[in-house]
Write a protein that binds this ligand. Structure first.
Ligand code: ATP
Ligand SMILES: Nc1nc2c(ncn2[C@@H]2O[C@H](COP(=O)(O)O)[C@@H](O)[C@H]2O)c(=O)[nH]1
Length: 198
């Protein structure tokens, strides 16, 4: 792709300050992915950043569509090369946002949405204060547990790790620009749409 002269030599910080970057975060199982999927269906003009992860694919997940599935040494090499806008270890696996794709989309004027966990969201907030951050909360902790279990995708050990971490993640909700409770799905979706397209 051709790089516009205005951007040649621009830093990540400068490029991100020109466009709109939105971070959707919240504990595992709260419904971030489901909300994101619906947002993309309804607003195909949004750009969803596909992350890299060392987690194994779940049934039905497609490499390059849900995630770029890589092994730990590949991931660590990408970190060393500065290929990630942010990255974190979550529930024994690495997750990271590929920098180049996000910057390209921002340059082309797209609204870019990252769906990431707490530590990565904090990194984005620190490094790119212009980004808009939305924290999704569950109506109750019990409902969060029911959703993770109901999804039927994680081992008992992985569920325990995710729930354990969720307690601390929920405490951090106030660090972010906006908090939305995903109780009734349609209501939460409309609240996000109202923020993104205000
Ligand atoms: N408002 C809602 N009411 C009831 N169930 C919901 C609601 N929103 C999402 N769910 C369900 O909760 C489960 C977890 O949702 P989802 O996988 O989107 O969570 P997540 O936050 O993306 O999790 P992770 O961070 O682990 O990827 C799914 O089965 C989804 O259908
Ligand atoms: N910091 C980052 N977190 C990410 C990224 N991509 C996804 N995630 C988050 O990881 C957890 C677990 O995801 P799962 O698919 O294994 O259930 C979840 O909170 C995702 O939002 C990323 O690039 N960076």
């Amino acid at each position: 792709m051709q790089v516009l002269p205005i951007y040649s030599g621009a830093t990540t910080q400068q490029i991100l300050s020109l466009g709109k970057l939105v971070v959707l975060t919240g504990p595992s199982g709260v419904g971030k992915g489901t909300l994101m999927q619906k947002l993309l269906e309804r607003h195909p003009e949004l750009y969803y950043s596909v992350s890299a992860t060392t987690r194994s694919p779940r049934p039905g997940e497609i490499n390059g569509q849900n995630y770029y599935f890589v092994d730990r040494s590949q991931f660590e090499k990408l970190v060393a090369q500065g290929e990630f806008l942010e990255w974190a270890e979550f529930a024994n696996n690495y997750y990271g946002t590929p920098r180049a794709a996000v910057l390209e989309k921002i340059k082309s004027g797209k609204l870019v949405v990252l769906e990431i966990e707490l530590e990565g969201a904090r990194q984005i907030r620190r490094s790119y204060p212009n980004a808009l951050s939305i924290f999704i909360l569950p109506p109750t902790f019990l409902e969060l547990e029911n959703r993770i279990r109901g999804r039927g995708q994680d081992s008992e050990e992985a569920i325990a790790r995710r729930l354990n971490r969720a307690q601390a993640e929920i405490q951090a909700a106030g660090e972010f620009d906006i908090q939305i409770v995903n109780d009734d799905f349609e209501t939460a979706l409309h609240q996000i749409e109202a923020i993104l397209f205000a």
